[in-house]
Design a binder for this molecule. Sequence first.
Ligand code: 5GP
Length: 263
Amino acid sequence: MNKGNKLYEGKAKIIYETKDKDLVIQHFKDDATAFNNLKKAKVEGKGVLNNRISEYILSNLSQCGIQTHLVKRLNMREQLIKKAEIFPIEFIVRNIATGSLTKRLGIPEGTILDKPLLEYCYKKDELNDPLVSKEHIFTFGWATEKEIQTIDKMTFRINDILIGMFRAIGIKLVDFKIEYGKTWNKDTKKKEIVLADEISPDTCRLWDAKTEKKLDKDRFRKDLGNIIQAYQDVARRLGIMPEETNISEVNFGKTIPIKFKKK
Ligand code: 5GP
């Protein structure tokens, strides 16, 4: 699938058009940003790992009946995805209190929530992605009541599946952010809601179940170091990266492939 013009460049990804108007290419960059772009760095190999981890997670969700934008992974850094009209909302699910929840409401760090908490944030960098209510979403027409009903249901189901997936490999799913879009279904001739964007250590908080070591982007946000090693650890535990491969030995500028396990 040949890459066409760049359609959009975000903080961690670039979207390119393809010859098919319903499909685009999602390219994962090595750029890491935090605090609404105030902190920036290149983390060599991050894009490759997120591409592979997100492909693995979205494929598994798809097998569980969750519709996603993913068509297939094309190479180390790119995926073919369905073109989607993205809802301007970040859907955040929390199982354990940390991050902005503890700051905003003074909930003690590490509090296990009785049931998953779903929060909505308006996707607007200039405003720091503010927390909004369903009423804001409906009033400003960012999504309809019916769409939010469908998305809420999908989101809690995704949380259930992901908690299980990570628990099986000794990781606690603390919280995560997902996005949704609407795509055109050629067969049903209707628009349908799909899970979009990515699910990776960039968008989740993942703690080792025993030690509570952070295996996610908080290593970058909080200057904890060993970011790639942590992402690599997640990929290894998911069984998509062989034990012996060390990403620091791989030259990403050239075409030396990381030995990912076959599906
Ligand atoms: P918090 O609101 O505590 O900062 O983040 C909650 C969860 O959502 C974390 O897993 C965090 O990684 C994710 N998250 C929230 N906003 C963003 C964002 O703009 N980009 C990314 N990559 N993750 C986000």
